[in-house]
Design a protein around this ligand. Structure first.
Ligand code: ATP
Ligand code: MN
Ligand code: MN
Length: 388
């Protein structure tokens, strides 16, 4: 059929991994609204709806200009009826009543606040909500049993909900580099996640670690963690050891979101740059006041000389590095669509470890992100345009 007049981008493709999605786009009013509905669906544990709203938002981010009227969306894929109604209402009235209602709702507000606690997922937040909890401070005062992650999440709630800047990410990078070089000279670290996509801030900092000689990287994570802990640089850490085996985890199982690399979910204690020379330097490891960073609130004058920052560290054997890099660069929707593309369009199975071709019944062995895109029959999309 002929592309209709007025269609801004009749060729926009249906998978996020087929499109270029820059960080800066022209439809923030619409994508913010759709994100609220996506979050709300997630809070109601309706993943299908949540993904549908995220897909709709993602496709709008890829448009080269602002949408002014519904006709501008002719030929644009991924827009379900519900998303279209919301978009239409916003284009006509400036807001969507449904979105405003969600934003006002007690459930959305409470679920948002509770899931903002590190260590609290939708399931836990939903249980707490049904038990009457509304605020992070309620979780502290309710006598609920909290695991270590949740305790840290509450203790450092304010810092962890303050965006991490690129400058802070770079400071963390220097520390990680020093730690890694100290325990395994020649190892290499790469900034991944949102910062690799060019985001100016993030909710955490993600690093991928490898060594050019296969096998040298084995057991690296516990050593890095010990080095950091000995210097008082970690406020929290949970380390998982590598459990990936190609024979059992490869083609037999579907590519799963969770990968099996040596990995560490952590909270760093990052020294703040000193404001004035008279300011007392904080000794490493020194005890901090207990009320520090609590959701009960604190005065600005109590702000210490350091900030709690979430950091994810992942160790990959060099043979899997390209997959790990692609898998940890995101965005999450870009990753989801890469795997969906591989499975549905290519009969291949892509994970952060490997690419398996079900037609040929064999693993493919690309050595770079570019080669993975090529094997998947996709145009290479640079990290800065994976912001779906
Ligand atoms: P932000 O700036 O908010 O941190 P981000 O894109 O860096 O945004 P992250 O949650 O840090 O978001 O995730 C970065 C990448 O790592 C994403 O592509 C995600 O798919 C991947 N990732 C996150 N957690 C896991 C996990 N448990 N297993 C495998 N991959 C993961
Ligand atoms: Mn991140
Ligand atoms: Mn992360």
């Amino acid at each position: 059929t002929e592309p209709s007049h007025g269609a801004m981008v009749p060729t926009l493709k249906g998978y996020a991994c087929q499109r270029r999605t820059p960080l800066q786009h022209h439809n923030a009013l619409l994508t913010d609204a759709l994100l609220v509905l996506a979050e709300n669906a997630e809070f109601c544990e309706d993943e299908g709806r949540s993904v549908a709203f995220r897909r709709a938002g993602a496709v709008l981010k890829a448009l080269p200009q602002a949408v002014h009227k519904m006709e501008d969306l002719q030929g644009v894929p991924c827009l379900g009826g519900h998303s279209q109604r919301v978009i239409k209402e916003i284009l006509e009235d400036g807001t969507s009543r449904e979105v405003e209602m969600v934003l006002q709702s007690e459930q959305y507000q409470a679920m948002k606040a509770l899931t903002n606690i590190f260590g609290v997922g939708v399931k836990t937040a939903d249980r707490w909500f049904r038990e009457g909890l509304r605020l992070p401070s309620d979780a502290l005062n309710s006598g609920h049993k909290l695991n270590h992650a949740q305790q840290a999440g509450l203790q450092y709630y304010d810092d962890l909900n303050t965006p991490v800047t690129k400058a802070e990410a770079d400071s963390i990078g220097q520390i990680v580099e020093e730690a890694v070089q100290a325990v395994l000279p020649g190892a290499e670290i790469t900034l991944t996640g949102g910062f690799r996509r060019g985001k100016p801030t993030g909710h955490d900092v993600d690093f991928l670690i490898t060594h050019p000689e296969e096998g040298k990287e084995e057991g690296l994570m516990p050593k890095v963690v010990s080095w950091l802990e000995a210097r008082g640089l970690l406020l929290y850490q949970k380390t998982n050891i590598n459990s990936y085996l190609e024979a059992t985890d490869g083609p037999a199982r579907p590519p799963h979101n969770m990968d099996r690399f040596e990995r560490c979910f952590s909270i760093f204690r990052l020294e703040r740059p000193r404001a004035s020379p008279e300011q007392h330097p904080q000794a490493v490891g020194e005890e901090q006041p207990q009320e520090r960073g609590s959701p009960l609130g604190r005065r600005a004058s109590e702000s210490p000389g350091w900030k709690a920052v979430r950091v994810d560290l992942v160790v990959s054997p060099v043979s899997q590095f390209a997959f790990a890099l692609l898998g940890w660069t995101g965005s999450q929707l870009f990753e989801r669509d890469l795997r969906r593309w591989a499975g549905q369009e290519k009969r291949m199975s892509l994970s952060s470890h490997a690419l398996y071709d079900s037609t040929q019944n064999r693993y493919l062995r690309p050595c770079s992100e570019a080669e993975i895109f090529a094997l998947l029959g996709l145009e290479f999309i640079p990290p800065s345009e994976r912001n779906a």
